[in-house]
Ligand binder design. Structure first.
Ligand SMILES: Cc1cc2nc3c(=O)[nH]c(=O)nc-3n(C[C@H](O)[C@H](O)[C@H](O)COP(=O)(O)OP(=O)(O)OC[C@H]3O[C@@H](n4cnc5c(N)ncnc54)[C@H](O)[C@@H]3O)c2cc1C
Length: 265
């Protein structure tokens, strides 16, 4: 099968060129792997050299991160320091040099670690057609979407309020058995917590009952118990080669407990 690759100077032009049988090329860690393994669903690849895709800057609402920013770039940029541990958890060095923020939003479980962190941080997804979507809305409509992502906007968390844990069989670079991102504003009494789980459903998912259970709670064993009891509600893990859905359900509260108490996972 022959493959057509088209390059456009702006993301808008690339977006106009999207149609059935076409994939947008971010860093290509999944798209090119698909081609190498003989993907039958696309034979046309569209890419863009738009410099805005690699932009990282602060604006009034938080950090603006272009969809083409790589995990390596996140790790090397001072303003994205709170996301560096998440970027470092994605694959090995070769993958991180190519893997983009935009591509991670489309990764299927067990991948999508970076998107899980963005979900806990209430990021906004900026589409190439100018729409802004809350990341939860973006994920709810991701299946079948052909829209291109231009950037994400991420509110910067207060120091120490963001935590991330990735559970793998092979450290440091295995795929997630699950990952957990927690935004825990409020200091000694939590207010407005966000808990997002990766690899516990087809997309990263929030544990909303557990978030509510943390409202006004202290991060001690008694304060977090109701969150642990309810954290699986709404999650939908799958069996895969790494772990069964049963196993994922069994260990998720254990790792959430460790993350909330600040223990080693
Ligand atoms: C060996 C290996 C290890 C990996 N380990 C991890 C891991 O530990 N954690 C993890 O989360 N992921 C992992 N991945 C998956 C993948 O590398 C990452 O999810 C990465 O962030 C995907 O980004 P990309 O730019 O390479 O995506 P691409 O391969 O370029 O694209 C992936 C999908 O996203 C779409 N897409 C890309 N950019 C956009 C955009 N701007 N707008 C709309 N659609 C877009 C593409 O069309 C395609 O459908 C791994 C992959 C490999 C091969």
């Amino acid at each position: 099968m022959s493959i057509t690759v088209e390059t456009y100077p702006t993301l808008r032009e690339a977006a106009s060129a999207m149609r059935d049988g076409t994939r947008f090329l971010g860093g290509g860690t999944m798209v090119v792997r698909g081609l190498n393994f003989g993907a039958q669903t696309y034979d046309r690849v569209v890419r863009s050299t738009d410099a805005a895709l690699r932009d990282i800057r602060s604006d009034g609402t938080g950090l603006h991160i272009g969809a083409g920013v790589t995990m390596a770039q996140i790790m090397q940029t001072a303003s994205t320091d709170f996301l560096a541990p998440v970027a470092r958890a994605v694959g090995g060095p070769a993958v991180r040099n190519m893997a983009t923020v935009g591509g991670n939003l489309f990764a299927r479980a067990p991948y999508g670690d970076f998107g899980t962190a963005l979900l806990a941080l209430d990021a906004t997804v900026q589409m190439a057609d100018g729409q802004s979507l809350a990341i939860e809305t973006f994920y709810a409509h991701r299946a079948g979407s052909r829209g291109l992502v231009a950037a994400v906007t991420v509110p910067r968390p207060a120091s120490g309020a963001f935590r991330f844990a990735k559970i793998t069989r092979t450290r440091p670079k295995g795929a997630s058995l699950l990952c957990i991102a927690a935004h825990l504003p409020g200091g000694t009494r939590i207010s407005g917590a966000r808990l997002a789980f990766g690899a516990m459903g087809p997309t990263p998912l929030r544990a909303k009952e557990a978030e509510a259970a943390l409202d006004g709670a202290a991060l001690d064993p008694a304060g977090i118990q109701r969150a642990l009891d309810t954290c699986l509600n709404g999650l939908d893990p799958q069996d895969d080669a790494l772990a069964s859905a049963w196993y994922r359900r069994a260990v998720a509260p254990v790792h959430l407990r460790r993350l909330l108490l600040g223990e080693e996972t």
